[in-house]
Design a protein around this ligand. Structure first.
Ligand code: SAM
Length: 223
Protein backbone atom coordinates (compact mmCIF):
# COMPACT_ATOMS: atom_id res chain seq x y z
CA UNK A 1 0.00 0.00 0.00
CA UNK A 2 1.31 3.46 -0.83
CA UNK A 3 2.27 5.67 2.10
CA UNK A 4 -0.50 7.89 3.35
CA UNK A 5 1.47 11.12 3.74
CA UNK A 6 -1.47 12.77 5.48
CA UNK A 7 -1.34 10.08 8.19
CA UNK A 8 2.47 10.47 8.32
CA UNK A 9 2.00 14.16 9.17
CA UNK A 10 -0.25 13.20 12.09
CA UNK A 11 2.90 11.89 13.81
CA UNK A 12 3.78 15.54 14.40
CA UNK A 13 1.82 15.35 17.63
CA UNK A 14 3.29 17.28 20.50
CA UNK A 15 6.25 15.53 22.14
CA UNK A 16 6.68 12.87 19.43
CA UNK A 17 10.11 12.03 18.04
CA UNK A 18 9.10 13.61 14.73
CA UNK A 19 8.09 16.75 16.54
CA UNK A 20 11.50 16.83 18.21
CA UNK A 21 13.10 16.49 14.77
CA UNK A 22 10.95 19.42 13.66
CA UNK A 23 12.34 21.54 16.49
CA UNK A 24 15.88 20.62 15.39
CA UNK A 25 15.13 21.45 11.75
CA UNK A 26 13.50 24.74 12.74
CA UNK A 27 16.56 25.65 14.83
CA UNK A 28 18.82 25.08 11.79
CA UNK A 29 16.45 27.06 9.52
CA UNK A 30 16.39 29.94 12.04
CA UNK A 31 20.22 29.95 12.12
CA UNK A 32 20.28 29.99 8.29
CA UNK A 33 17.83 32.90 8.17
CA UNK A 34 19.69 34.84 10.84
CA UNK A 35 22.92 34.46 8.81
CA UNK A 36 21.45 36.16 5.71
CA UNK A 37 22.58 39.67 4.77
CA UNK A 38 19.93 42.40 4.27
CA UNK A 39 17.76 42.05 1.17
CA UNK A 40 15.72 39.30 -0.44
CA UNK A 41 16.17 35.76 0.90
CA UNK A 42 15.28 33.04 -1.59
CA UNK A 43 14.21 29.68 -0.20
CA UNK A 44 13.22 26.34 -1.72
CA UNK A 45 11.72 23.36 0.04
CA UNK A 46 11.76 19.95 -1.69
CA UNK A 47 8.86 17.66 -0.71
CA UNK A 48 7.64 20.38 1.63
CA UNK A 49 4.71 18.51 3.17
CA UNK A 50 2.47 21.08 4.87
CA UNK A 51 5.44 23.45 5.16
CA UNK A 52 5.43 23.54 8.94
CA UNK A 53 9.23 23.70 9.23
CA UNK A 54 9.90 26.92 7.30
CA UNK A 55 6.47 28.47 7.95
CA UNK A 56 6.79 27.83 11.69
CA UNK A 57 10.10 29.72 11.69
CA UNK A 58 8.79 32.60 9.58
CA UNK A 59 5.84 33.14 11.92
CA UNK A 60 6.95 36.25 13.80
CA UNK A 61 10.51 36.23 12.39
CA UNK A 62 11.83 39.77 11.63
CA UNK A 63 13.07 38.67 8.16
CA UNK A 64 9.79 36.98 7.14
CA UNK A 65 8.81 39.65 4.62
CA UNK A 66 12.25 39.43 2.95
CA UNK A 67 11.64 35.79 2.09
CA UNK A 68 10.69 34.69 -1.39
CA UNK A 69 10.08 30.95 -1.33
CA UNK A 70 8.88 28.00 -3.33
CA UNK A 71 7.53 24.96 -1.51
CA UNK A 72 7.11 21.92 -3.78
CA UNK A 73 4.82 19.12 -2.61
CA UNK A 74 3.16 16.34 -4.60
CA UNK A 75 0.23 15.61 -2.27
CA UNK A 76 -2.51 18.16 -3.03
CA UNK A 77 -4.13 18.18 0.44
CA UNK A 78 -0.77 18.87 2.12
CA UNK A 79 0.07 21.54 -0.45
CA UNK A 80 -3.35 23.08 0.26
CA UNK A 81 -2.60 23.14 3.99
CA UNK A 82 0.72 24.83 3.30
CA UNK A 83 -1.10 27.44 1.17
CA UNK A 84 -3.58 28.08 3.99
CA UNK A 85 -0.72 28.55 6.45
CA UNK A 86 1.01 30.98 4.05
CA UNK A 87 -2.20 32.92 3.70
CA UNK A 88 -2.69 33.07 7.51
CA UNK A 89 0.84 34.48 7.81
CA UNK A 90 0.12 37.05 5.06
CA UNK A 91 3.35 36.20 3.21
CA UNK A 92 2.52 36.85 -0.45
CA UNK A 93 6.01 35.95 -1.78
CA UNK A 94 5.73 32.30 -0.80
CA UNK A 95 4.46 29.97 -3.52
CA UNK A 96 3.31 26.45 -2.85
CA UNK A 97 3.50 24.31 -5.97
CA UNK A 98 1.66 20.99 -6.18
CA UNK A 99 4.13 19.01 -8.24
CA UNK A 100 7.28 16.95 -8.59
CA UNK A 101 10.17 18.19 -6.46
CA UNK A 102 12.49 15.61 -8.01
CA UNK A 103 13.16 17.57 -11.19
CA UNK A 104 15.10 20.82 -11.32
CA UNK A 105 12.22 22.17 -13.46
CA UNK A 106 10.39 22.72 -10.15
CA UNK A 107 12.91 25.42 -9.21
CA UNK A 108 12.91 27.51 -12.39
CA UNK A 109 12.51 31.13 -11.36
CA UNK A 110 13.39 30.63 -7.68
CA UNK A 111 16.97 29.29 -8.13
CA UNK A 112 19.54 30.39 -7.13
CA UNK A 113 18.34 30.18 -3.54
CA UNK A 114 19.95 31.26 -0.28
CA UNK A 115 18.37 28.45 1.73
CA UNK A 116 17.49 24.96 0.46
CA UNK A 117 15.43 22.54 2.55
CA UNK A 118 15.75 18.83 1.84
CA UNK A 119 13.83 17.39 4.79
CA UNK A 120 12.01 14.06 4.76
CA UNK A 121 13.57 13.16 1.41
CA UNK A 122 16.81 11.20 1.91
CA UNK A 123 15.08 8.36 3.78
CA UNK A 124 12.81 7.68 0.84
CA UNK A 125 15.10 7.51 -2.18
CA UNK A 126 18.08 5.46 -3.38
CA UNK A 127 21.65 6.22 -2.31
CA UNK A 128 22.40 7.17 -5.93
CA UNK A 129 19.53 9.67 -5.90
CA UNK A 130 20.75 11.16 -2.61
CA UNK A 131 24.17 11.60 -4.15
CA UNK A 132 22.70 13.11 -7.34
CA UNK A 133 20.53 15.53 -5.36
CA UNK A 134 23.54 16.74 -3.37
CA UNK A 135 25.77 16.95 -6.45
CA UNK A 136 23.20 19.10 -8.28
CA UNK A 137 22.38 21.30 -5.28
CA UNK A 138 25.07 23.91 -6.18
CA UNK A 139 23.10 24.44 -9.44
CA UNK A 140 20.11 25.55 -7.35
CA UNK A 141 22.10 27.63 -4.86
CA UNK A 142 23.50 31.15 -4.57
CA UNK A 143 26.99 31.75 -3.15
CA UNK A 144 27.06 31.02 0.57
CA UNK A 145 23.71 29.21 0.49
CA UNK A 146 22.64 27.17 3.49
CA UNK A 147 20.98 23.77 3.24
CA UNK A 148 19.12 21.82 5.90
CA UNK A 149 18.62 18.08 5.43
CA UNK A 150 17.38 15.05 7.33
CA UNK A 151 18.07 11.33 7.30
CA UNK A 152 17.69 8.67 10.00
CA UNK A 153 20.79 7.05 11.49
CA UNK A 154 19.24 3.55 11.36
CA UNK A 155 21.65 0.79 10.25
CA UNK A 156 23.41 0.74 7.91
CA UNK A 157 23.86 4.39 8.83
CA UNK A 158 24.31 6.40 5.63
CA UNK A 159 24.65 9.80 7.34
CA UNK A 160 28.51 9.81 7.44
CA UNK A 161 28.50 9.16 3.68
CA UNK A 162 25.87 11.85 3.08
CA UNK A 163 28.04 14.33 4.96
CA UNK A 164 31.02 13.33 2.78
CA UNK A 165 28.93 13.84 -0.37
CA UNK A 166 28.06 17.35 0.83
CA UNK A 167 31.76 18.05 1.43
CA UNK A 168 32.67 16.74 -2.03
CA UNK A 169 30.07 19.15 -3.47
CA UNK A 170 31.76 22.07 -1.67
CA UNK A 171 29.37 22.29 1.29
CA UNK A 172 30.81 22.70 4.79
CA UNK A 173 29.14 20.94 7.68
CA UNK A 174 27.83 23.43 10.27
CA UNK A 175 25.85 21.04 12.41
CA UNK A 176 24.65 17.47 12.53
CA UNK A 177 22.47 16.37 15.44
CA UNK A 178 20.21 13.52 16.34
CA UNK A 179 17.06 13.43 18.40
CA UNK A 180 18.22 11.66 21.61
CA UNK A 181 16.95 8.10 21.97
CA UNK A 182 15.81 7.90 18.34
CA UNK A 183 17.38 7.43 14.90
CA UNK A 184 16.10 10.80 13.67
CA UNK A 185 18.75 13.30 12.67
CA UNK A 186 19.22 16.55 10.78
CA UNK A 187 22.14 18.39 9.24
CA UNK A 188 22.96 22.00 8.39
CA UNK A 189 25.55 22.83 5.72
CA UNK A 190 26.76 25.95 3.95
CA UNK A 191 28.07 26.24 0.38
CA UNK A 192 31.73 27.31 0.54
CA UNK A 193 32.51 26.65 -3.11
CA UNK A 194 31.18 28.35 -6.20
CA UNK A 195 27.55 27.85 -7.17
CA UNK A 196 26.94 26.55 -10.70
CA UNK A 197 24.40 27.82 -13.26
CA UNK A 198 20.85 26.51 -13.00
CA UNK A 199 19.97 23.73 -15.47
CA UNK A 200 16.43 22.68 -16.30
CA UNK A 201 15.34 19.09 -16.85
CA UNK A 202 17.78 17.45 -14.42
CA UNK A 203 16.35 14.46 -12.53
CA UNK A 204 17.33 14.60 -8.85
CA UNK A 205 15.31 11.78 -7.30
CA UNK A 206 12.19 9.67 -7.30
CA UNK A 207 10.55 8.29 -4.17
CA UNK A 208 10.91 4.51 -3.92
CA UNK A 209 7.97 2.15 -3.48
CA UNK A 210 7.13 1.78 0.22
CA UNK A 211 8.73 -1.60 0.80
CA UNK A 212 12.03 -0.38 -0.69
CA UNK A 213 12.26 2.92 1.18
CA UNK A 214 15.23 3.00 3.60
CA UNK A 215 13.15 4.86 6.23
CA UNK A 216 11.01 1.72 6.54
CA UNK A 217 14.01 0.05 8.21
CA UNK A 218 13.70 2.50 11.10
CA UNK A 219 10.07 1.46 11.52
CA UNK A 220 10.55 -2.31 11.03
CA UNK A 221 13.81 -2.61 12.94
CA UNK A 222 16.44 -5.26 12.12
CA UNK A 223 15.19 -8.00 9.83
C1 SAM B 1 8.55 12.37 4.78
S1 SAM B 1 7.44 13.58 4.16
C2 SAM B 1 8.34 15.07 4.54
C3 SAM B 1 7.49 16.31 4.54
C4 SAM B 1 8.20 17.56 5.06
N1 SAM B 1 9.37 17.89 4.28
C5 SAM B 1 8.58 17.34 6.49
O1 SAM B 1 9.77 17.09 6.79
O2 SAM B 1 7.67 17.44 7.35
C6 SAM B 1 7.72 13.38 2.41
C7 SAM B 1 6.81 14.24 1.56
O3 SAM B 1 7.25 14.15 0.21
C8 SAM B 1 6.13 14.20 -0.65
N2 SAM B 1 6.59 13.69 -1.97
C9 SAM B 1 6.89 12.42 -2.33
N3 SAM B 1 7.40 12.38 -3.58
C10 SAM B 1 7.41 13.67 -4.01
C11 SAM B 1 7.83 14.31 -5.21
N4 SAM B 1 8.36 13.61 -6.23
N5 SAM B 1 7.69 15.64 -5.32
C12 SAM B 1 7.16 16.37 -4.30
N6 SAM B 1 6.75 15.83 -3.13
C13 SAM B 1 6.88 14.49 -2.99
C14 SAM B 1 5.09 13.38 0.08
O4 SAM B 1 3.79 13.69 -0.36
C15 SAM B 1 5.35 13.81 1.52
O5 SAM B 1 4.55 14.90 1.91
Amino acid sequence: MATDWLAWHEQYASGSALNQRLELVRRFIRAALDAQPPGEIRVLSMCAGDGRDILGVLDGHPRATDVRARLVEMEPVLAGRAREAVSRLGLSAIDVVTGDAGSTDAYAGIAPVNIALVCGVFGNITDDDIRATIEHLPELCAAGAHAVWTRGTFEPDLTPQIRRWFEESSFRNLAFEGVPGTTMAAGHVVLDGLPRPYRSGVRLFEFLPDEERPSQRAIRGPA
